[in-house]
Design a protein around this ligand. Structure first.
Ligand code: ZN
Length: 185
């Protein structure tokens, strides 16, 4: 009886669980260019919900659809400390940028690697909302960096692409080794 009940609870939880699998570098699917979202419907809402859950569980502060093998221009970001301020970007475009800032970046698709990367310190982004409207976001510092990092994913670019080929190869080898180990355990 108890076993049957646990099984039922497990089944229900499995149904509501929507943590997606995150692709890891050097997976070639991370190089696919995302297409613009043409219709913002229930499937996009579900994708955003799943992406937020995946990002919060990882945990991370940003996730692009490319990283969960969905090649649509959708990004979720939350830089708040208590995961209370999700930002959803659909078909985002950077319309202005200036300043330079160098800071350590990491990526859920490049686990446990952190390298200093140079980005614009300030960006203005135009984006569609889940409700079908349009917003303009003015971002500085970490939010600006995060937006640029996630938008790179949508064009198949990773932060390791800014590093030297030698460094990138070293990271690639390290991650492939870790992936093989994970696969055999
Ligand atoms: Zn990333």
């Amino acid at each position: 009886m108890l076993a049957a009940f646990s099984k039922l609870v497990y089944k229900i939880c499995q149904k509501c669980m929507s943590v997606l699998n995150i692709l890891h570098y050097p997976d070639s699917r991370l190089r696919i260019k995302a297409k613009p979202v043409t219709t913002i419907d229930g499937s996009i809402q579900k994708l955003v919900d799943d992406m937020l859950e995946t990002m919060y569980q990882a945990p991370g502060i940003g996730l692009a659809a490319t990283q969960v093998d969905v090649h649509l221009q959708v990004i979720v970001i939350d830089i708040s400390e208590d995961k209370s301020d999700p930002l959803v970007l659909i078909n985002p475009k950077i319309i202005a940028q200036d300043g330079v800032e160098k800071s350590d970046e990491g990526c859920l698709s490049v686990p446990e690697i952190y390298e200093p990367i140079e980005r614009a310190e300030h960006v203005v982004v135009q984006s569609q909302t889940l409700e079908g409207g349009e917003i303009e976001i003015e971002a500085h510092d970490i939010l600006a960096i995060c937006i640029q990092h996630e938008m790179d994913h949508l064009i198949g670019k990773l932060f390791v692409d800014y590093l030297s080929e030698m460094k990138r190869n070293r990271i690639s080898k390290k991650l492939l080794k870790a992936q093989k180990l994970n696969a055999t355990v």
